[in-house]
Design a protein around this ligand. Sequence first.
Ligand SMILES: C[S@@+](CC[C@H](N)C(=O)[O-])C[C@H]1O[C@@H](n2cnc3c(N)ncnc32)[C@H](O)[C@@H]1O
Length: 474
Amino acid sequence: MNKLKNVDKELINEFRNLPINYWDFEGEDTKELTHGLHNYPAVMIYPISRNIISIVKKYQKIDTLLDPFMGSATVLVEGKLAGLKEVYGTDLNPLSILLAKVKTTVLEESELDKKVLELKERIEEIYCKNSIILESINSYVENNKIDITAKKGWGEEAHIILRDFLKKNNSDLRVPNFKNMGYWFKPRVILELQLLKNVILNIQQEDYRNFFLVCFSETVRYVCNTRNSEFKLFRMEKEKIKDFAPDVKTEFYKFLERNVKKIKEFSKRCESDCSVNIEFEDARVLNSIPDNSIDLMITSPPYGDSKTTVAYGQFSRPSLWWLDLKYIEPSNIHKVDNNLLGGKKAKKDFNYELQSETLKKSIEIIKEKDLNRAREVYSFYVDLDKSIQTITKKMKLNSYQFWVVGNRTVKEEKLLTDRIIVELGRQYGLVEVCDIPRSIPNKVMPSKNSPTNEVGKTVTTMTNEHIVVLRKER
Ligand SMILES: C[S@@+](CC[C@H](N)C(=O)[O-])C[C@H]1O[C@@H](n2cnc3c(N)ncnc32)[C@H](O)[C@@H]1O
C-alpha cells in the first residue's frame, strides 16, 4: 500500500481551530525523558513533533516517520513514544548519530543499575591506581614552568609534554594527540578524561557503552576550556583558564545520574516495538531509505550554511576529538560543517537556476551588496532543493511533510524560506497545505547579529518560525 488518503481539508480545519499560541509552548519543560540528554544546537522542542504526529494520526495511518536532518533526534524519540512501526533519521554530524542511537534505545532498568555500579567501581579503581600521576601533574607543570594558557608550547604540544611526564612516572596511560589539545584542555583534565574513556570503552555491550559515552561527551564539553554558553568554539579568557579546575569525575557522575533517570523514564514509556533506523547519511542522498516508503516527514533543517548560522560541527568538535566515532577520520573532524547544507560556496559566476522567484529576487538584492554572501546563500538553497527532491522520492503519495523553518536576514534582506520551500517543492509534486507561524520563546538561537559587521548595529535574525505543511500530490 503505497498511497495514503488526501486529508488536506481535515488537517486545515484542525489547524485553524487551534488556539493562536498553540505551537509556542512557552515555559514548558522541554527536557523530559531522553530529550534531556546532551545539549544540541537549535533543537526543535519535542511538543511540536509530538502534536504533529498525534494530529496527523487522527486522519491517516502512520507507520513510518522520517527526519532527514535529525540532529539530536527529537522527532525520532517522539515517533517511538507514539508507537509507530518504523522511524528513520539521518544526519551528517557524527555526534548526532551517537545521540540519536542512545536517545532512542530502551535500556533494561536492572541491567542498567548493574552496569552503572560496575562502571563506578572500575572508575574508582583506576583513579586509585593512577593517584600518583593525578596528584603530581599540576606540580610537574608548575615546576617546569609550563604556561598552560599559551598556544605555543602547552597549547600545541600537550601530548608530548604529557608523554614525557607519564614516562617519568612509569605510567602506561596513553593520551590522545589531536590538534591544539592543550589549547582546549588543562593537563589534569586530559588525564582524567582518558581514564574515564578507557573504562567506558571496556564495556562490551554497545547500547550501554554508547549511553555512557553520551555522559562522557557532556563531561568533555563541560571541562573543556571553551565558553559553555556559546555553541561556537570560543576559548575562555586566559585568567579564567588559570582558575578553571573542574572536577572531571564528579561532573561525569552528575551527568550519569541525571541521564540514568531520564533513560529509565523513557524506557518505561516505550511500550511497543518500533524499528529505529539511524544512518550517517546526506539528506540529499538517502540511499538507506526505500523509495515511496515514508508516511510522514517532520524536520527542522538548518537555517543557512553552518559557517554563518549555527555551526553544528564546531559545537561537536570537543566531543568528536575524544569519542573516536567510526563515521569520521580524526583528520576530518574540523571539516564537518563543510559537508552540511551550504558548506561549499557557489562559483563566483554562478547562474541562478532554482525554481523559486522569491529566492531569485533576494539573491539579486544580496548580490548587489555582497557577491560572497550571495554565493553562500545560493549554495545553501541549491543543497536544500536537492534534499527536497530526494526526501519527496522517499515519501508515499499523499503523505505529508512538515518543515519547521526560520526566515533569517542576510544583508538586511529577509530570506523567506517558508515561501521558498513551497516554490521549490512544486517541481517535485508537492502542494502547499498550510503555513503555520509560531514564535520561538524557548529555542536557543542567535537572535541578533550585526548585518554590516558594525559594532553595536544589530538586527533580529529570527523571532519566529513557520511550520510549512506540504503534501506529495504526484
Ligand atoms: C536544526 S538541526 C536539527 C535539530 C533537530 N530537529 C533536533 O531537534 O535536535 C539541523 C541538522 O541538520 C544537519 N544537517 C545539515 N546538513 C545536512 C545534510 N546535508 N544531511 C543531513 N543532515 C544535515 C545538521 O548536522 C543538524 O544536526
